[in-house]
Design a protein around this ligand. Structure first.
Ligand SMILES: [Zn+2]
Ligand SMILES: [Zn+2]
Length: 260
């Protein structure tokens, strides 16, 4: 079952990626500074490396911990007497809340920021940015996920459904798609929209060290971390260091070099 669901995740990811990539051609919010296909190939290279590396923690940590909590009924949700539907709702909400804090920690902890900053080095934002994560960040987040699975005890199907949802939202909010102000306002009351997440990718620290939500925007509202950026700030994305945007070796080495 786990195999089928993880394959489903990949199929969904590729399909949505193609759809959003085509959409970006017709309804783009910002002009591209560098060639789109160059960005695509660079980020696909990163994705291939990540897919290979991430198989190890998936096989040796994530799947065994999902099996363990199911067989032994470990974790908070496995030990409260509520219906499956309620477990699913609580599971999804708590996972999204945990990811909010994980993302926030990636910005506030200097060790985690070394890895997460690779994602923020991108001076543009489009659906291909959703592939741009350092494998070190993904390995560290696998450890975090394992602890979360063991503690929370969410049903396997709920956990994988959340992962599919998260990856779809990740692609959507990174995409360079222009939504009408009206639609953006309505949507961003509930979920992270491209404009909302662009606030998080500004060079300006005020709005970069804010807007941490991944799926539901309610977490930024509850913890007072929503910060709307100025229009001109949303045009200048990335970090102050503009020299390390594209370069596979630089990308791999980035978290391990001293100066930043
Ligand atoms: Zn971030
Ligand atoms: Zn991002």
């Amino acid at each position: 079952m786990i195999e089928i669901l993880t394959n489903l995740k990949l199929i969904f990811f590729v399909m949505l990626f193609i759809i959003l990539f085509i959409f970006e051609s017709f309804y783009s919010e910002r002009e591209w500074i560098s060639k789109r296909f160059f960005r695509l190939f660079f980020h696909v290279k990163i994705a291939i490396i990540n897919t290979v590396i991430i198989r190890f923690p998936t096989i040796f940590l994530i799947i065994p911990s999902l099996m363990l909590i199911t067989e032994n009924q470990y974790g908070v949700l496995n030990n409260i007497d509520i219906s499956f539907a309620l477990k699913a709702v609580f599971g999804l909400l708590l996972l999204d809340l945990a990811y909010y804090f994980w993302h926030r920690l990636n910005h506030t902890n200097s060790f985690l920021w070394r890895f997460h900053s690779v994602h923020h080095l991108d001076t543009q934002l489009d659906v291909t940015t959703s592939l741009r994560f350092h494998f070190g960040e993904l390995l560290l987040s696998s450890l975090f996920k394992t602890i979360l699975i063991l503690f929370l005890g969410a049903p396997i199907s709920v956990f994988i459904f959340y992962e599919i949802l998260l990856s779809a939202c990740n692609q959507f909010h990174h995409s360079n798609i222009k939504l009408s102000d009206n639609l953006d306002q309505i949507l961003s009351k509930f979920i992270v929209t491209p404009k909302y997440h662009t606030n998080h990718h500004t060079v300006m620290k005020d709005s970069r060290n804010a807007n941490y939500s991944s799926i539901l925007t309610i977490w930024d509202s509850i913890f007072f971390t929503y910060k709307d950026a100025k229009i001109e700030d949303r045009q200048y994305l990335g970090l102050n260091d503009r020299s390390k945007e594209f370069g596979l070796i630089q990308y791999i080495k980035h978290p391990f070099i001293k100066e930043r």
